[in-house]
Design a protein around this ligand. Structure first.
Ligand code: MG
Length: 407
């Protein structure tokens, strides 16, 4: 995970603790050196989401830490050892870690699994032998190691430790440093949260090139480029199941958690319309687009009545090709031919109009973006039917140089 602070300032009353801090933290170990009162603890408390900046932005992965909801999500993957961690002197190390594990929601219902986690961490910080001793008898170094163990209970992606070796003797200090180095090494070795850079570059190039591709029927990259451009970072795209889903999963850039909803797993066709209704009810101020194929759309088309009745304003974009496209694609890939995958569509615009929705049949490529922009301003659900050309291979084999499995 990459953490990025931009122009961050923090003011307490008349004291400017931090001013205009720009900082990027990449995977591995990162240290802060500075005199007492330089603002190190304030900076770490900002990173840990304990404090909010007076101005500026802090991003951790896809989360914006100035937002409360994002801060909560980030804290689930964060381990934090504050400078002044106080521990209960009458508890044993093992009992305390078990207690904190429950508070953090770690294996609450499974005592055995929780105890295994605690014992493994005691081993990591070299305290197995002292597990049943009371904390009141621990040295400063041992207490800091208990502190590290509690910070690691939720298997964090980010670990923040504030002055972890202050007041420790040289031997303890060395032991502590070794533990941190090993954790940092593990972290560097983990798969980067950003995914494959090669795939990312290829998909972004594909969308960029598609912006001027006016061929009709429309090719998927052009549709995705137009939809992405019509939506803000926080707006929501819901994908139904079909060949369009493979395209969205492969090539639609998502900027924020919970903004690209895809029915993977059970892959229920007909998911998009009800899911878009729900998305709009939960996020009434977000723009919501539901992308369906013609096959999946017809499996739940009656829910347009629900959308109309509830007044959930989202835009249905139905990609038309008169075929169960992903089934044909799979049959072609496996058997070299397909059968039983074609069907005749109704007039989708007139069908939607019969439910009382404004709707448009798209007849040329340049018409799509302005119609979508208009539909997104309406205060009721609407529909755009778009003929799509799936002749471009969704596996992007040529761009990537090797096949990438899509499911
Ligand atoms: Mg289709």
């Amino acid at each position: 995970m990459i953490i990025e602070m931009t122009s961050v300032s923090k003011v307490f009353g008349r004291t400017r603790a931090l001013e205009g801090v720009d900082l990027t933290v990449t995977p591995g170990m990162f240290g802060l050196l500075g005199a007492n009162g330089a603002g190190k603890t304030t900076l770490m408390r900002l990173l840990a989401g304990v404090l909010r900046p007076t101005s500026g932005s802090i991003r951790a992965g896809a989360w914006q830490l100035t937002r409360a909801a994002d801060r909560r999500e980030f804290q689930r993957v964060l381990g934090y050892l504050p400078q002044d961690l106080r521990l209960y002197p009458d508890m044993t190390a093992r009992a305390l870690l078990d207690y904190i594990a429950i508070l953090k929601g770690v294996a609450v219902a499974d005592r055995r699994q929780r105890h295994d986690t605690v014992d493994a961490l005691l081993e990591t910080v070299a305290l197995s032998d002292a597990a049943q001793r009371k904390l009141g008898g621990f040295s400063g170094g041992m207490l800091r190691r208990v502190g590290i163990a509690q910070a690691l209970l939720n298997n964090p992606a980010v670990l923040i430790v504030d002055e972890p070796t202050a007041g420790l003797d040289p031997e303890e200090r060395l032991r502590f440093r070794n533990i941190l180095s090993r954790l940092a090494e593990e972290c560097r070795g983990a798969v980067s949260a950003g995914g494959s850079p090669r795939l990312r570059d290829a998909t972004l190039r594909l969308l960029e090139d598609a912006r001027t591709d006016d061929r009709f029927p429309i090719q998927p990259p052009r549709l995705l480029a137009d939809i992405r451009a019509a939506l803000g970072r926080d707006d929501v795209l819901v994908s139904d199941v079909g060949l369009h889903k493979l395209w969205i999963g492969r090539a639609f850039p998502a900027y924020e958690p919970g903004t690209t909803l895809i029915a993977n797993g059970l892959a229920g066709m007909g998911f998009a319309v009800p899911a878009a209704i729900a998305a709009k009810l939960v996020r009434p101020r977000a723009k919501v687009v539901a992308v369906s194929g013609d096959g999946g759309f017809l499996m739940n088309v009656q829910e347009l009545e629900t959308a109309r009745r509830l007044g959930t304003a989202f835009v249905n974009v139905v990609w038309e090709n008169g075929q169960f496209g992903s089934i044909a694609w799979k049959q072609d890939t496996r058997f070299g031919r397909h059968f039983g995958t074609g069907f005749t569509n109704p007039d989708f615009a007139r069908l939607a109009e019969s439910f009382g929705l404004p709707a448009w049949q798209i007849r040329n490529t340049t018409e799509f973006a302005p119609r979508l922009a208009h539909a997104l301003t309406l205060d009721m659900p609407s529909l755009l039917a778009v003929p799509v050309d799936y002749s471009l291979d969704v596996a992007m084999t040529a761009d990537l140089g090797a096949p990438v499995t899509a499911t």
